[in-house]
Write a protein that binds this ligand. Structure first.
Ligand code: NAD
Length: 260
């Protein structure tokens, strides 16, 4: 379905980003990976799906790096048809104790990076398909783009901002073939959340299993984690012809978290 298209997924060396990259690759899209840590493993996992894969190590907190990554992707594959703004970090602390440098980093990586990648991807998407435009921008927001939790001021502010940016991007391109939507996961058991489970276990003097049940029980009525594979399938739907008129939505996959 996506053969001949190119998808750039930020923060795709791990977790949700890698899950979405693999789901798009399984539909035939060539992939540009980004993120820190092990690169060879994720590259091999995507390449095994029979598509071309490239990697750029842009630090998503740096606009100049993002510009370089977008130029690299265009040079490598012609253009970026699908942009998944996924890179993100987390830090928990009360507002009065929140380290200022953590606030700045979370806003830069979780929100401003999506603005920069989007502004740089849009011109080619708008010009595609003989000027009628074709493109898909998928912003990985969170339930924390819709509701709040204590101790997550920067994260919640950034994710609410991502949903606002999603709506504006969708509206400005509403008469074109370029759509923009947000995905809002509840808990997904990735390294980002494992750190929160481990911290909870250490703070409460309980086992990892108990801390996991407590974490889910507080917020997620299904008592199940959403998986990167499920989120990948949602991204594939948004890229399909059936997603043509889905514009500016914030789509939860949260086990009922925000239904309460
Ligand atoms: P993760 O820690 O597994 O992956 C984060 C990715 O971002 C990694 O590839 C990492 O290398 C990359 N990254 C971090 N800082 C970066 C930077 N400065 N520049 C480039 N890449 C950087 O986390 P995840 O859980 O897969 O999170 C992915 C996205 O999903 C984030 O935006 C997160 O807020 C969102 N999310 C996660 C959950 C969850 O429960 N895990 C829930 C809702 C939303």
């Amino acid at each position: 379905m996506l053969t001949g298209k190119t998808a750039l997924v930020t923060g795709s060396t791990s977790g949700i980003g890698l899950g979405i990259a693999k789901a798009l690759a399984a539909q035939g899209a060539n992939i540009v990976l980004n993120g820190f840590g092990d690169v060879d493993g994720p590259k091999a996992e995507v390449a095994a799906l029979g598509v071309k894969v490239a990697y750029h190590g842009a630090d998503m907190s740096k606009p100049a790096d993002i510009e370089d990554m977008m130029k690299f992707a265009a040079a490598e594959f012609g253009q970026v048809d699908i942009l998944v703004n996924n890179a993100g970090i987390q830090h928990g602390a009360k507002i009065e104790d929140f380290p200022v440098e953590k606030w700045d980093a979370i806003l830069a990586i979780n929100l401003s990076s999506a603005f920069h990648a989007t502004r740089l991807a849009l011109p080619a998407m708008q010009a595609a398909n003989g000027g009628k435009g074709w493109g898909r921008i998928i912003n990985v927001a969170s339930v924390h783009g819709l509701v709040a939790s204590a101790q997550k001021s920067a994260y919640v502010a950034a994710k609410h901002g991502v949903i606002g940016l999603t709506k504006v991007t969708a509206l400005e391109n509403a008469t074109t073939g370029v759509t923009c939507n947000a995905i809002c996961p509840g808990w997904v058991l990735t390294p980002l959340v494992q750190k929160q489970v481990d911290a909870r276990a250490a703070a409460g003097g309980v086992s990892i299993e108990t801390a996991t049940q407590q974490l889910l029980g507080e917020k997620e009525p299904s008592m199940q984690f959403t998986t990167p594979e499920e989120l990948g399938a949602l991204a594939v739907f948004l890229c399909s012809p059936a997603g043509n008129n889905v514009r500016g939505v914030a789509w939860n996959m949260d086990g009922g978290w925000t239904a309460q």
